[in-house]
Design a protein around this ligand. Sequence first.
Ligand SMILES: *[C@@H]1O[C@H](CO)[C@@H](O)[C@H](O)[C@H]1NC(C)=O
Ligand SMILES: *[C@@H]1O[C@H](CO)[C@@H](O)[C@H](O)[C@H]1NC(C)=O
Length: 732
Amino acid sequence: MEAKNLWRFLVLSIGVVLVLLVTRLPNKEALDCNLYSGWCTSKNRFYSSAHPNNPIKKPSSFSTYHHNQHHDESEIPEHPLDPLTIQEFNKVRTILSNHPLFKSSSTYTLNSVVLEEPDKKLVLKWKKGDPPLPRKASVVAYVKGDSHVLTVDLETGQVASHKTTGSVSGYPTMTMEDMVGVLEVPLKSTEFNRSITKRGVNLADLACLPISSGWYGTPVEENRRLIKVQCYSKEGTVNFYMKPIEGVTALVDMDRKEVLAISDNGQNIPVANGINTDYRYSIQKLNGELRLLNPISLEQPKGPSFTIEGHLVKWANWEFHLRPDPRAGTIISQAKVRDPDTSKLRSVMYKGFTSELFVPYMDPTEGWYFKTYMDAGEYGFGLQAMPLDPLNDCPRNAYYMDGVFASSDGTPYLQPNMICIFESYAGDIAWRHAECPITDLKVTEVRPKVTLVVRMAAAVANYDYIVDWEFQTDGLIRAKVGLSGILMVKGTTNENMDQVPNQEYLYGTLLSENIIGVIHDHFITYYLDMDVDGSDNSFVKVNIKKQETSRGESPRKSYLKAVKKVAKTEKDAQIRLQLYEPSEFHVVNPLKKTRVGNPVGYKLVPGATAASLLDPEDPPQKRAAFTNNQLWVTPYNKSEQWAGGLFVYQSKGDDTLQVWSNRDRPIENKDIVLWYTIGFHHIPCQEDYPIMPTVSSSFDLKPANFFERNPILGVPPNFEDDLPVCKARDSA
Ligand SMILES: *[C@@H]1O[C@H](CO)[C@@H](O)[C@H](O)[C@H]1NC(C)=O
Ligand SMILES: *[C@@H]1O[C@H](CO)[C@@H](O)[C@H](O)[C@H]1NC(C)=O
């Protein structure tokens, strides 16, 4: 059923239920109660168009991803930014199969097939009802050791452009087939098998991981795609991550599927026993379930307040386009908020997404130094986004959106329930005021805060990243990341801290017998193409400065003042956060003023964060130079979207945000892009074992002189009649 029809059906069904209840039960209280109890038990869940009834089809293995029959194959794009449809993927495949590059080669992989966005100017002009903009696909292909970037024109059926990478270093994002395909390779080596069995691990119990090997400037890394494979024992637990086979690393040529070297250190380190590491509920139940809370859920007696037409989301005063992406995960486009004074939609952000991640581990030894992941460009953040679990990943009132991606031969496959959209009410307050007795005015005004959340959860092997975009009715957008999942741990001979003379050489925390949680960082860099009331904006650093009073001026010695500085060029906007020299970071439209003459703006408000302390010349840091500052501003350039470069795998750091920004281009009153990085230092603790409670951080995009006044002044509070009470069953 199409989303629109589903809505119509639901609205009609509610109508029918109401009519029935009204005719049978004239008593209003009974009506509410029954209407509500209907909602208590009915399935007010909204699934993607692909799965109206049966949403979760967990793939049992990678191959079942292919050719999912349930997705609507006749789908046609409704908006210029809609992702490629199944039909379009198939068309791309046909067009490419006739291109000389692919005709002449039996071995190639398509590392990425995504929508090539039409020019921003065209998208901005396009309105619903206009003829569709020409559809194109952007393809990254890897053929006989070379990376190619092609544009496929779906109207003409031609390859419209074709470039090779030239002098830029690095390789395309791995395909799922790359990642799965390398895991068998070490087993071709007798030496590898011997290293495993020597440690008492049965080869049938191996669970191995493909670990991106970074780049360190050694000859072995030249002109070939490398990967390292390390293994764990899954004997007796699904949490094999807690049973590392420490010190055994296979260096593998990813294309030739050949072992280049095996390192085998730490043969005296036992494989941890893995007792009590299984985190599945079914296992906990055997040991006695710990129910601390009664079940809880948010109910919406009148249904949700948002609508989704294709990929266009409308909720309260917000409207935005949402699409899944294999690399970024979630892409928010054309976010607009309605001005209560004019009823007009006003542009806030043209495009926002997680551009790159950087996760360096802090252990320089042989088996660990290379663990410096860049999850979006190496593994594909969206490729790793697993189907969300209804009721637990997202509340019951959530709507689910599927991703459709291309496998390495270009065949489309479904990533079901990859993104959820739901309204959230956490019991928070949007605004309030109560008069106290001294004024003798009896006034209490409170408005509850309800938000709209767009969520994706990527499980990049052991770690899980929960990526939320949260929209508030007061115009604020919160970008939030939650970290959970399982630590990457290191085996050790130590069973107790008594045995550790120098704790520094643990590179982490002893979490359990023979297990160290290694210290590491997480950085998540966001691309934020702000278009505040139009594309041409300026970046203003509002420095908060201490001003000392002159002698005799005031009984006060000092106060704070706000000193505005408009950034002229990119280097003016390479910003590191400082607690004792604080600033606000505004994006303003210098040509649009409020009634009283302030330029309209939004500000970026950092939350808890951390900076990279690695040496700027350390190879991983060079590759991830986009984390050298927390904030950057660049002029809009369609080809500068991936902070670590288009080709991140084994890159040398020659195409990063740092390199672009150092060109120091003008950014005043121009179409500008903000880049902000959320950082975490993670010193593991025992509570992170065997699975981590979620740790979150966020930043806000908050209106600053964008509206004439509080935009939710006219919003009503909750009244008793709006919220019928759902009573627990008598037997409770
Ligand atoms: C290594 O062990 C695996 C699993 O038992 C086996 O399939 C493979 O043939 C072995 N490799 C060699 C080179 O003996
Ligand atoms: C746009 O970005 C590309 C890649 O960084 C660069 O080669 C090109 O010079 C940029 N164009 C402008 C106008 O800055």
